[in-house]
Design a binder for this molecule. Sequence first.
Ligand code: C5P
Length: 210
Amino acid sequence: MARFLVTAGPTREAIDPVRYLSNRSSGRMGYALAAALLELGHAVDLISGPVNLQPPAGAQFTSVESAAEMLAAAIACWPLCAGVFGVAAVADYRPAVVSKAKLKRAAGEHLTLELLPNPDILAILAAQKGTRLAVGFALETDSMEQEALRKLQVKNLDFVALNGIAAQGAVQAAITLLDGCGGRRQLGPAEKSELARQLVLAVGITAAST
Ligand code: C5P
């Protein structure tokens, strides 16, 4: 039995006590992957941003909001894990200043938010992966495969799963799985639960021996 880390869902980056920046990630693919790994008898650390899903039974679940919280939780789990699936749609930027008080609207005036780049959680983990497995996801609207392969290299990943923008929030999806040696496999279209099972096998994970 091995332990795998899965990041899932969006992150929320606070602007003030009631507002945040986020995205449309449903968390379905990450939760489906966690379930597929558990089905094979592995242990799973699921670190998730806010979503409307029940964590799969048996997962070691950590709920987070911001990218900073997700990074801290991931770093804590990583030393015990044999691999990471970075499925979270981490917000690229966060507000430079989080207002303690609710921002007031001033009629007719522009409001400019200064944003700072968030840390790349998967890249930070994969930089210290050694021979462990690191799998990323890429959601691209253009130059799809070229961009996905660039990410694979920059982030030191073994595989990148490329899906189109239609996958966002959808129940069904299709994936092009790319590796750094020119390998290319088409998975799906299928329900995300089935796609997750195919993906886990395609990256070389087999059932845990009892
Ligand atoms: O956003 P991007 O296309 O670079 O995401 C590619 C991969 O990197 C995804 O697997 C995502 O979970 C991960 N990522 C991350 N932290 C970020 C941005 C992306 O872990 N700040």
